[in-house]
Design a protein around this ligand. Structure first.
Ligand SMILES: C[S@@+](CC[C@H](N)C(=O)[O-])C[C@H]1O[C@@H](n2cnc3c(N)ncnc32)[C@H](O)[C@@H]1O
Length: 261
């Protein structure tokens, strides 16, 4: 893998590319008007990360590009600002100041909505096991600039952890987060999650392990919440209660820790 920039960039974008190359531990290559295919041939690599004014994207031959974008978070935050509700926040019973562990960060759209709702006194930690996704999303959360101050502020507040969620959950003290949220990859593609299709080829598709639910129930003070496709069966397998409010293509379910606070 190499990191380069788009053509004709300024010093700020070069500095961003340098920083990302360091984080990824791969060479930074001057673009010098060369095509991506020329760079691939010269550096004998399929994977090129291109940094532009809009952020970074991974271009791998034969695959969809992988890049961060706020996806559904942009319009969900707009709706919240208008006073609407968000079903994910309702099932999690989110209040300002909540501490939320998003154990399947992906492209971070759900985490951004959590960060907006939990506010400046809250905390959102997003865990992602796949280093490439974690690095590109962490980078995007720091650099993406939208015209919504609320969206920008929410993105900047998210803490990204590059680790398998089971390993991370095991290190945490009991009852250290209000909510633990799990949104594993769906087997099927549903309309509501088309925005994350770009990560499918890079994502961890392993099914949720029983130990993850057990650990999550130790860590959560209020609820462990699960999101899955409308035909998903994980909630049954793990004894979760369905949240009955109508959602389009996805279903939410939850379990509360025994013994409460
Ligand atoms: C469906 S996506 C999550 C989408 C996310 N909620 C959003 O709004 O963009 C699931 C993500 O969880 C990650 N994942 C799956 N298993 C994991 C594990 N054991 N530990 C950490 N991350 C995991 C996948 O790599 C993928 O990026």
């Amino acid at each position: 893998m190499i990191v380069t920039t788009s053509m004709g960039v300024n010093e700020q974008i070069r500095a961003h590319a340098r920083q990302l190359a360091e984080k990824l531990g791969v060479p930074l290559v001057e673009r010098a008007e060369r095509s991506l295919n020329e760079l691939r041939r010269m550096y004998q690599t399929e994977q090129v990360v291109v940094v532009t004014g809009k952020g970074a994207r991974l271009e791998a031959s034969g695959k969809q590009p992988l890049f961060f974008h706020p996806n559904t978070a942009a319009f969900r935050i707009k709706r919240l600002e208008r006073g609407d509700t968000d079903i994910m926040l309702s099932v999690c019973q989110i209040q300002p100041g909540d501490h939320i562990l998003d154990a399947t960060l992906g492209l971070g759209a759900d985490a951004i909505v959590f960060a907006h709702a939990a506010g400046t006194s809250g905390r959102v930690v997003g865990v992602e096991s796949q280093p490439l996704i974690a690095l590109l999303v962490e980078d995007g959360l720091r650099h993406w600039l939208s015209d919504s101050p609320a969206l920008n502020a929410a993105m900047r507040r998210i803490e990204v952890v590059r680790q398998d969620h089971l390993t991370y959950l095991r290190q945490l003290p009991r009852k250290s987060f209000d909510v633990v949220y799990l949104d594993p990859m769906f087997a099927e593609t549903v309309d509501a999650s088309k925005g994350i299709e770009g990560i499918r080829e890079y994502a961890n598709v392993r099914s949720l392990q029983t130990e993850v639910i057990e650990e999550a129930l130790q860590v959560a003070r209020r609820r462990v919440v699960l999101k899955e496709g409308k035909t998903g069966k994980l909630h049954k397998q793990f004894g979760f209660t369905l949240y009955r409010k109508r959602a389009h293509q996805v279903i939410y379910s939850y379990r509360e820790p025994i013994g409460g606070e």
